[in-house]
Design a protein around this ligand. Structure first.
Ligand code: PAZ
Length: 322
């Protein structure tokens, strides 16, 4: 597809999408967060800022949505990576699917409110003993990240919300130049029903089998990379279930969307290992199997932070164009 046709598709996607609720609030929050962490903030922070996307997008089938198509992602990758980026000194914009795994909450039980707390003497609420350390740790680390201006959390549900928010974030991060990074771990829908051709009310089963034509979601990675934030360091993810096609698909994405790296992972082994595909070759990254509870995101983020440092050095000495 040529560039004019792609731009036309993207414009039509945004024009027909339902307007993002609270978009001016989101823009204000981003402005404050980026100014606070910006190298030119004058307050000596000068942190790098990474946008971590996490969780899957939904595709509504009805405007007053009862049914939708979903993309698989628990949000564990994004939540864990956020913690490691913050540990490495980054400020994180966490663009996440509502209801998915959250940073610092990974070691809590699935239903933390009901499982971690109990009522004492019919009056006070207290933490139940086996969970006390995990709850204290989660509250302490989460609070420190948010109040310290290191973590901004922005939720999405649909593909429309996700792409509108990603564009707002990218445009806001432009001023950070090479200090900005995108770590695009969200599982983003490939097909969607355009808002204008979508049924308003719940589709009725009495009308027989459902025939539905889905349009392709325009590929926005190249536009993000070359127009929205052309100096940012960009990492995308590629998930496949068939190992035979994984690396080829990842290296096609690397070239097609001009990514700095593509992290290739298989559904079944994604928590054990990933392969970082770069123009200089592929790097296998696996979790430290000698430590129980270690995360693959630990060495992965370390590698990418290192590469980002090299990128910043080379762009500021002018030896690398974009
Ligand atoms: O969220 P999770 O930890 O369950 O899984 C992470 C992942 C597999 C969604 C992510 O690593 C990924 O590959 N995201 C991109 C998916 C895609 O190819 O669209």
């Amino acid at each position: 597809m040529d560039s004019a046709a792609l731009h036309e598709e993207i414009d039509s996607f945004f024009e027909s999408a339902p307007p993002l609720k609270d978009s001016s609030k989101v823009t204000d929050k981003l402005k404050q967060f980026i100014e606070f962490n910006s190298p030119s903030s004058g307050e000596g922070r000068g942190r790098r800022v990474v946008c971590v996307t996490s969780g899957g997008t939904t595709v509504p089938l009805e405007q007053r949505c009862v049914r939708y198509i979903d993309n698989f992602s628990s949000g564990n990758r994004g939540a864990a990576s956020t913690e490691y980026f913050i540990k490495a000194g980054y400020a994180v914009i966490f663009l996440y699917r509502r209801g998915t795994c959250q940073p610092y909450c990974r070691s809590l039980p699935e239903d933390p409110l009901l499982e971690c707390f109990e009522i004492a003497d019919d009056v006070d609420i207290q933490v139940r003993q086996p969970h006390s350390e995990a709850v204290k740790g989660a509250i302490r680390d989460h609070h420190a990240a948010v109040t310290g201006g290191l973590l901004l959390k922005l939720p999405f549900t649909t593909i429309f919300e996700y792409l509108q928010m990603l564009r707002i974030i990218a445009l806001s991060m432009r001023s950070l130049g090479p200090h900005a990074m995108f770590y695009l771990a969200a599982a983003v829908s490939d097909f969607y029903v355009p808002w204008k051709s979508m049924a308003e009310h719940k589709i009725q089963s009495a009308s027989g089998p459902l025939d539905m034509r889905l349009m392709q979601v325009p590929k926005m990675l190249l536009v993000l990379r070359t127009e929205w934030t052309p100096m940012a360091f960009c990492i995308s993810f590629k998930l496949e279930t068939d190992s035979k096609i994984l690396l080829e698909k990842a290296s096609t994405a690397l070239k097609k969307y001009k990514m700095h790296s593509v992290v290739a992972n298989e559904l079944l082994t994604r928590k054990e290992e990933v392969i970082v595909v770069t123009s200089g070759g592929n790097i296998l990254v696996h979790r430290d199997r000698t430590r129980t509870g270690s995360d693959v995101e630990d060495p992965l983020v370390e590698l990418l932070v290192d590469r980002h440092s090299t990128y910043i050095k080379t762009t500021s000495t002018g030896s690398l164009s974009k």
